[in-house]
Design a protein around this ligand. Structure first.
Ligand code: HEM
Length: 502
């Protein structure tokens, strides 16, 4: 009874907020909007996959449309050239690259002390730089990274050989392996137990769940719901518990055992930066909570994105044996059967590069990246995007737009090659339409790492095995329209056969 009363009070407060904001809107011309219900707006439209709903709306309302959930307005942008303009044009970029008020930013990232959920304030540039430095993917860092991944891949190859040519589900092997790499990246040490792997996956899964548009809009409109018994309080509790477990494992221990002059991994590199970048009073701008926030970012953004990209890649390759044979030939011609693939090989391997681009385009598995927020009323393409609007980038449609791609539902790496088999230059129209890692001030900080890991994993698996459809299990479709309903898409469970290269 008490809970019902509380929810009724909440309902009336929200009704008041909605009325208040509806009256105070003095926007000139809004983008087209699908029909919305009084008070809740388009909330019910987001029951399923947001990216599929957005695809439907793009076909009906065009490249920019708007929607509401309670008093929150969202604007969705559905063309690569428009995304580029909105996020990078000098007259717009200062106002379109903030993130929005979020439960994740406030609670999970210690009041926006990270990059992923962090505000576009004076610290953002420094934090992005700190993250780049911590990831150490330049200079000597590249060979350290390469050696680590190569060693990890030897372990993966042995695990797959143990399957003895029988069907197996590659997810546990790949997800443990990427988890292991994250652990080595953070502290220099491997994951010690399956409990540890479960811990970082639990945190990532919970953050992913809390990123659903309906959940976020409700949490922003009525933040105090998190204090009342019910699903919101439970989610908040679960995410924070998982976050603290990860931090105590990766930050607290690294801090206690830190030795100046010795950099075991990302956490040490950040502690070192904290010691170096101090003002005249010896106080660093990089606070302990920033370091923790950056750890949460690497765990969440680094784990799910690449694991799913590699699993999608394997699924696509077993369904496209002619692509597999072609890429295998390139791997064996350039690298040969014995030596581990190295990042330098990439320059001579246009086909595998085209395959990786096409895997990421075809699946568009970051279907709707983390929302941006408009900090002032912005005039754009004849419309007003009102101050405070959430801006969502519809990467799903952008990478499947038939006007750009012609046959978007065909997996065809050749689309990224010219008549001589060379990779299209980054300036080519099609490459410009590919904005998988975002553009401008909030583009992906982990792009180099993600691309490098994908290359090394795929080149090694293709070199060492013939990857084929399963013999004794149902064949699962590779079509991304059937993947999970979360904002980072993941393929359903599937089985493969891997015959070792003789
Ligand atoms: C296939 C793999 C990946 C893809 C496709 C991808 C894609 C993206 C996209 C689309 C964004 C949002 C851009 C925007 O908001 O405008 C983003 C942001 C971000 N990514 Fe990635 N990402 C990948 C892997 C990674 C990895 C491995 C890391 C870290 C180790 C990472 C760290 C981040 C961070 C911290 C941000 C937030 C940047 C900011 O807000 O300033 N990502 N990524």
């Amino acid at each position: 009874m008490g809970t019902v009363f509380i929810y009724l009070v909440v309902f009336f407060i929200m009704l008041f907020i909605w009325k208040y904001f509806s009256k105070s809107s003095k926007v000139k011309r809004l983008p087209p909007c699908p029909p919305a219900k009084p008070f809740i707006g388009n909330l019910l439209d987001f029951k399923g996959s947001p990216h599929l709903k957005f695809e439907e709306w793009t076909e009906r309302y065009g490249p920019i449309f708007t929607w509401t959930v309670f008093n929150k307005r969202g604007v969705t942008v559905n063309r690569a050239d428009l995304v580029r303009k909105l996020l990078t044009h000098e007259s717009l970029a200062p106002y379109t690259n903030d993130r929005f008020n979020s439960f994740q930013g406030e609670y999970v990232a210690w009041n926006y002390k990270d990059v992923l959920f962090g505000r576009a304030d004076e610290n953002l540039g420094r934090l992005r730089k700190a993250m780049h430095k911590g990831l150490r993917l330049y200079g000597d860092g590249v060979s350290t990274f390469e050696n680590t991944v190569q060693r990890e891949l030897q372990r993966v190859v042995e695990l797959i050989k143990d399957k003895d040519g029988k069907d197996f589900d590659p997810r546990p092997i790949i997800s443990d392996s990427i988890g292991n790499l994250i652990s080595i990246l953070l502290t220099g040490s491997q994951i010690e137990s399956s409990e540890e792997s479960k811990r970082i996956w639990k945190l990532s899964n919970l953050i992913l769940l809390s990123l659903r548009p309906a959940f976020m809009s409700i949490m922003e409109t009525v933040p105090f719901l998190r204090y009342f018994p019910g699903p919101f309080r439970n989610t908040v509790h679960d995410v924070l518990t998982a976050r603290d477990e990860v931090i105590s494992k990766y930050y607290t221990i690294a801090r206690e055992t830190y030795e100046p002059g010795k950099t075991r991994g990302y956490v040490d590199a950040l502690i070192k930066l904290q010691e170096e970048e101090v003002d005249e009073n010896g106080v660093s701008w990089l606070k302990e909570e920033h370091i923790k926030g950056l750890i949460v970012d690497v765990v969440f953004a680094g784990l799910m994105t690449t694991t799913n990209a590699i699993l999608i890649a394997i699924l696509l390759l077993i369904h496209h044996p002619s692509v597999f044979e072609k890429v295998k030939k390139e791997v064996l011609d350039i690298i040969g059967p014995d030596r581990p693939p190295s990042l330098k090989d990439r320059e001579e391997m246009p086909y595998i590069q085209a395959v990786i681009l096409e895997i990421l385009r075809y699946s568009a598995h970051i279907s709707v990246p983390p929302p941006h927020r408009c900090t002032v009323d912005v005039e754009f393409e004849g419309y007003t995007i009102p101050q405070g609007s959430i801006i969502l980038l519809n990467f799903w449609f952008i990478h499947h737009d038939p006007e750009i791609w012609g046959d978007p539902w065909q997996f065809r790496p050749e689309r990224f090659l010219d008549d001589h088999g060379n990779l299209l230059s980054p300036e080519h129209n099609l490459r410009q339409s590919l904005i998988l890692f975002g553009v401008g001030r909030r583009s992906c900080v982990g792009e180099t790492m993600a691309r490098s890991r994908m290359f090394l994993y795929l080149a090694t698996l293709i070199q060492q095995f013939d990857l084929r459809l399963p013999k004794d299990h149902d064949v699962v479709s590779h079509d991304p329209r059937g993947y999970s309903e979360t904002v980072i898409l993941e393929p359903p469970q599937y089985f493969i056969t891997a015959v070792p290269q003789t």
